[in-house]
Ligand binder design. Structure first.
Ligand SMILES: Nc1nc2c(ncn2[C@@H]2O[C@H](COP(=O)(O)OP(=O)(O)O)[C@@H](O)[C@H]2O)c(=O)[nH]1
Ligand SMILES: [Mg+2]
Length: 261
């Protein structure tokens, strides 16, 4: 196996859709992969998982027999996964594929901020691993939202200890002008920092300082705009993943220059 890729982001940011889209992209190029679903509460999936956490923990049982509420049941389910780690690792070891795509639970904190996430990332495979962090365009609409996502991306890197590839998901929903504005925050932060600092209010001052310091401290990568819907940017994401796994060398898996542009 070349490596494992953990798709991480806030609820509804598009993790499951991107896992599906990326798996289709790999299929079309005859690159082998396996998919692991780590969301215990998901009902329907657009892909067929090779490994499914729902085979180990049952949300219905936690809700009905243990009488937990919906949040409690999901937290308990993720904490229970730790006890099945050995079996899950065994399943992963039996997989013969180049890439393992890991779809993480709806809520980011269930994975990144509880025991199970860092443990799984550490123990699951011995091959290289990385996280793909999804910036949800709905949240990046406001500079304060974008600043919060920068912090979350840095937290993911801090908690999981993997390289993080940032992506801006649902790019098909973002107008070109807004897309450029979001990317400019990463490429030339001075502009937005000056703009925010010139405005009144504590929130603007905080957002400006967070953007300035998080970008510098965590060395966050410029997000790759991707769309699970029309597949734009998926080839760029794949190229970046390969660059990290292969240590800078690019491996030709049939992605031509034309396709990438
Ligand atoms: N237009 C558009 N919608 C998307 C895209 N990716 C996800 N969505 C929608 O966003 C919602 C949440 O997506 P999902 O993949 O379930 O997010 P998750 O909770 O992070 O796994 C669903 O209604 C998807 O159809 C995309 O690239 N473009
Ligand atoms: Mg999902």
């Amino acid at each position: 196996m070349l490596g494992a890729i953990f798709f991480i982001g806030t609820a509804g940011s598009g993790k499951t859709s991107l896992v599906n889209s990326y798996s289709e992209f790999l299929s079309e190029r005859s690159v082998s992969f396996a998919i692991m679903n780590l969301d215990p509460a998901v009902v329907t999936l657009p892909y067929n998982p090779d490994i499914d956490v729902r085979n180990y923990v049952s949300i219905t049982k936690l809700l009905q027999e243990d009488a937990l509420g919906p949040n409690g049941a999901i937290i308990a389910a993720m904490d229970l996964v730790v006890t099945f780690l050995g079996e899950i690792i065994k399943e992963v070891n039996e997989i013969q594929a180049d890439y393992l795509l890991v779809d993480t639970p709806g809520q980011l904190e269930l994975f990144a901020f509880r025991e199970v996430g860092p443990l799984l990332v550490d123990k699951l495979v011995k091959t290289p691993k990385l996280s793909v962090f999804l910036f949800d365009p709905v949240i990046t609409q406001e500079q304060s939202g974008l600043a919060s996502l920068l912090l979350l991306s840095a937290s993911v890197s801090l908690r999981l200890g993997t390289p993080v590839v940032n992506v801006l998901s649902k790019a098909d929903l973002i107008e070109e002008e807004r897309l450029e504005k979001i990317l400019s925050v990463f490429e030339e932060p001075e502009g937005v920092i000056a703009e925010l600092s010139s405005k009144k209010g504590l929130m603007n001052a905080l957002a400006s300082r967070l953007i300035e310091n998080t970008l510098e401290l965590a060395n966050l990568s410029v997000p790759i705009p991707v769309s699970a819907l029309d597949k734009r940017g998926v080839a760029d994401l794949h190229a970046e993943i390969q660059r990290i796994f292969l240590g800078g060398e690019s491996e030709d898996v049939g992605v031509s220059e034309q396709e990438e542009s």
